[in-house]
Write a protein that binds this ligand. Sequence first.
Ligand SMILES: [Zn+2]
Length: 343
Amino acid sequence: MRQRSRVLLLLLVITLLCGVLFMMRPDGLLAPYLSIYDEPDEPSEPSQDGPVSDGPDTPSEPDDPDVLPELPPERPSEPDVPTTPTEPSTPTVPTVPSEPNTPEPPEPSVEPTVPPVRPSEPEKPVNPLPSYDYPIDVSAYLPAISYRYDSILLVNKTHPLGPSFSPGIVTKLPSSLTLYKKDVQLEITAASAVEAMLLCMRADGITNTFVTSGYRSYQYQASLQNSYVRDEKSRNPSLTQAEALAIVRTYSAAPGSSEHQSGLCVDLMTTSMSNLDETFESTAAFAWLQKNAAQFGFILRYPKGKEAITGYTYEPWHYRFVGRDAAIEITEAGLTLEEYLNK
Ligand SMILES: [Zn+2]
C-alpha cells in the first residue's frame, strides 16, 4: 500500500509539473508573468517600428563603425603627414641651402670661362677708339675679340716654351680663310678673332689676304729648323753646321722660342705674294691692319725698329692675339709686347 501511494504521489507531481509547463508556454496563462519571453517580444516590436523610427539610427550606427575605422587610419596618416612634412621640411630647408653653398665653391673653376663678363669692361679702355664701327655684325665674335688674359703669354728667345707646351684647345681655321685652302690650326679664341678680322677686311673690299701659318708644334718647329739649315748649307757648302744654324736663327725661331707654338699668332699673305717678305708692307691689307688689327685683339708683333727688343727682324705679316684691350693699348702707345709686359 505504501509503495502504491508513492507511485500515485509521483504521478501527481508529474501531472502538476506538466500543467505548470503547459501554462508557461509563450501563449500560456503564465507567459505574461514570465520575463524570459519579454526579449523575444521586443525584437518583434522594433522590427515593426524599426523601419520607421529606429531604422535610421540603426543604419547610422553601422555607418559610424565604417567611418570610424576609416577615420582612425586617416588620423594616424594625418599626424604622420604633418610630422613628416614638418620634420623633413625644416631639416631639408636648412640643409638644402647649406648644400648649395658647398657646391657653389666649385664654380670658381668656371671663372676661367667667365672672361665673357669682361667684354663689358673693355668699354673703358676702348676710349682710345670708342667709335669704331665693325663693317659687319661681329657680336658672335666679341667674346673672343675682347677676351682678357690674366697674364699675357710672352714667347721669345729669352722666354721659350717647353717641348710639352700646348695652347689648349686648338681648332682648324675655315679653309676659305687660309692661303690655297691649306690646313691652319689656331688656339680657339684667337681663331675666332682672326676669322672676324678677315671677314671684316673682306667686307671693306680686301679679298686677297689669307692666313698662311698659325699654330706650329715644337716638333714641327724643330723639323723646320733642320730643313732651313740644309737649305743654307746647300746654298753655301762651305758653311759649318753651327754657321748655317746661326744664319737660320736670324729669320727662324729656335724650337720653343717661336711664338707660333703658342697658337696665338698668324702669318698673313696676299695671293700676289710668293713668299713671306716685306712686300706685304705695301699691300692694302697691311694698311688696313695698321688701322684696324687692334680692334680684333691683334698687334704687329715684330715692328720695324724694335728688333733689339723683340729679338726678331721686322715682320709686317706676323700678328699676335692679345685681346682687344691690350692690343689697343699696345698699338696706341707704339709698344712691343716685351715693353708692355716690362720684360
Ligand atoms: Zn709668324
